[in-house]
Design a protein around this ligand. Structure first.
Ligand SMILES: Cc1cc2nc3c(=O)[nH]c(=O)nc-3n(C[C@H](O)[C@H](O)[C@H](O)COP(=O)(O)OP(=O)(O)OC[C@H]3O[C@@H](n4cnc5c(N)ncnc54)[C@H](O)[C@@H]3O)c2cc1C
Length: 559
């Protein structure tokens, strides 16, 4: 994949997608697969904003039972299966444990009923041939078994625990890249660091976007018959350009990556404060947090709070971090988490159902939005898509492109994205695939690196091995802890449009996925990039500066 701005500015596309988060990428793949000519513009790096910060849970929507929203549950369950089918290397089952208290709505009996209904609604969840992607039946366990899993949990009122399976992404970055590769392979033209700065118009018709290449500082035009606004938290900017009266309120969400708390399974805890979900039919009356295993550490999430103002100014306060730590320490006293143990703060903006005053609980938007601005505002050629979950991005893209295809008068061409393996996803038996990758690795690649490459790049990992076969120096590993090879850095630059050091550290490799990876690692990575791209010493130092700032802040990395 090459960043080709000439190709973007020298033709008229059927569709120009603005925003290269998970929604824009899923739309690009769906549209290009249906035969549309597609341009994708991302103002920063691909999937660097909200999509980078997700908890990485691909879930069947157990929580939606509280809203009696069976349709949404079915969608989520379908998407969980679809993602395991099309990206079997990146989406894997994960066991969840939720302690039960007393015999009311947070009790074991209520939990057993929830899980029974959830399994019933997900009756077809195991229609995949690969046993590695089976989701076992849910169940409840007694107090003694629960305490074995969660030693030190205060036994007061504990009546057992519920156990179910959802999925976890091995890497949201690699899924984003797999979507991008898949879109480009069928003809999409994409560029990062290309910001849409306005709409091109012919009368009451949108005919493309004006754009600015933030690397070279030059302006260009991308002409298209239809423009799709997939800007996530920045959705309002394009709505403003279009003259639409629509304005989407936003809310702030946060996760914390901390030291390892549990091994190999996720745990849910109820927060200490009363919490009223005004949309729920039945609700436990408390906010539920989940602690999921993540790269030898744990992620705690997700908190939601009101947000007003410029999405570029999103910031998390120390008080918000301390509040979440204190909630977890109270729910699970053996944790005794301290601020110093927070390795990474993940935060992002999500659409809210209404504007919320500070200190009030937010009502999140529950359903995706798809707006044809001809019907809304009398403006032809502009469609907005706004998603609410990473899990359902493929499904929403499918619906958005149905609308695009109809508007372009291309007749019904059905989406096949729930059945077509993504680039890297051509794997039938995951267990055998990863074992073979470790066994049959070429000389110069450690077994750990070979298995990791299989996990992250799936059936494309031989391409990286070929890099090493052609130049054994590329088998060199950055450090013992990560086993990231020089081949991955070079591949990210040559094949995946990595432009900046942060692109490689945070999104082409998993170096920064669980926190700042250390001065030696980022310096070495900068040296490798400098050698590949011919950076001067001054350029390399300027690339390091945002990473030093991240290290010193102890919070979120630069976008
Ligand atoms: C803390 C947190 C935890 C979460 N956990 C989960 C979870 O476990 N499971 C789950 O299913 N969902 C989860 N989510 C929700 C999920 O992450 C989001 O729904 C999803 O990532 C939104 O993707 P997006 O593409 O709409 O937005 P984004 O990823 O923000 O993408 C929008 C993109 O548009 C680009 N853009 C904006 N303006 C322009 C412009 N003018 N020109 C060009 N590009 C532009 C931005 O740079 C950005 O990259 C979580 C979210 C958060 C914040």
């Amino acid at each position: 994949m090459k960043r080709d701005l000439t190709a973007l500015s020298s033709q008229e596309f059927d569709l120009a997608i603005v925003g290269g988060g998970i929604y824009g990428l899923a739309c690009a793949w769906d549209a290009a697969q249906r035969g549309l000519s597609v341009a994708l513009l991302e103002r920063g790096d691909f999937a660097a904003a909200t999509s980078w910060n997700s908890l990485k849970t691909i879930h069947g929507g157990l929580r939606y039972l509280q809203h009696a929203d069976f349709k949404r549950m079915r969608e989520s369950i379908h998407e969980r299966t679809a993602l395991m089918r099309i990206a079997p290397h990146l989406v894997h089952p994960l066991r969840f444990v939720l302690p039960a208290y007393g015999h009311g709505l947070r009790g074991r009996e209520a939990l057993a009923a929830y899980l029974w209904v959830s399994d019933l609604i997900g009756f077809d969840r195991n229609r995949l041939a690969d046993p590695a992607h089976r989701l076992p039946r849910s169940c409840t366990i007694g107090v003694a078994e629960c305490l074995q899993l969660l030693p030190g949990l205060p036994p007061d009122q504990l009546s057992g625990a519920g156990i179910w399976h959802d999925c976890q992404l091995a890497s949201s970055n690699r899924l984003a890249m797999a979507l991008l590769h898949s879109a480009v392979q069928v003809g999409a033209v994409a560029a990062n660091y290309l910001e849409a700065t306005g709409l091109l118009r012919r009368g009451d018709r949108v005919s493309g976007v004006r754009a600015r290449d933030s690397l070279a500082g030059r302006e260009l035009e991308v002409r298209a018959r239809l423009v799709l606004n997939a800007c996530g938290p920045w959705v309002n900017q394009m709505l403003g350009w279009s003259g639409s009266a629509l304005k989407v309120p936003m809310s702030k969400a946060m996760n914390l990556v901390v030291r390892k708390m549990f091994d190999g399974f996720a745990v849910g805890f109820y927060g200490r404060r009363a919490f009223r979900d005004s949309d729920a039919w039945v609700a436990p009356g408390r906010k539920t947090y989940f602690i999921t295993p993540w790269r030898g550490r744990s992620v705690i999430g997700t908190t939601h709070g009101p947000f007003q103002g410029d999405p570029n100014q999103l910031a998390v306060s120390e008080a918000e971090i301390e509040e979440l730590l204190s909630d977890i320490n109270q729910a699970y006293p053996p944790a005794q988490l301290t601020r110093a143990e927070v390795c990474l703060v993940q935060s992002g903006l999500l659409p809210a159902a209404e504007r919320t005053a500070p200190s009030r609980p937010v009502r999140l938007l529950k359903h995706y939005q798809l707006w044809d601005h001809r019907q809304r505002d009398g403006l032809e050629g502009l469609v907005t898509v706004l998603g609410v979950k990473f899990t359902t991005a493929r499904h929403v893209a499918d619906r958005a492109i149905d609308l695009v295809v109809a508007k372009l008068g291309r007749g019904p061409i059905r989406s096949r994205t729930d059945r077509s393996a993504l680039v890297g996803g051509a794997i039938e038996d995951w267990t055998e695939f990863v074992a073979r990758a470790g066994r049959e690795r070429p000389a110069g690649i450690s077994e750990e690196a070979a298995r990791r490459l299989a996990l992250l790049y799936g059936s494309e990992h031989p391409k990286l091995l070929k890099y090493v076969a052609n130049n054994p120096a590329l088998g060199e590993e950055l450090d013992e802890g990560s086993s990231v090879t020089r081949a991955e850095v070079v591949y990210g630059i040559r094949e995946e449009m990595a432009q900046r050091l942060t692109d490689v550290v945070l999104r082409r490799t998993e170096l920064g996925a669980a926190g700042y990876p250390g001065d030696a690692v980022v310096r070495r990575c900068a040296e490798w990039m400098a050698a590949e791209l011919g950076w001067s010493q001054i350029r390399a130092e300027s690339e390091l500066a945002p990473l030093w700032a991240w290290r010193d802040s102890g919070k979120s990395p630069p976008p």
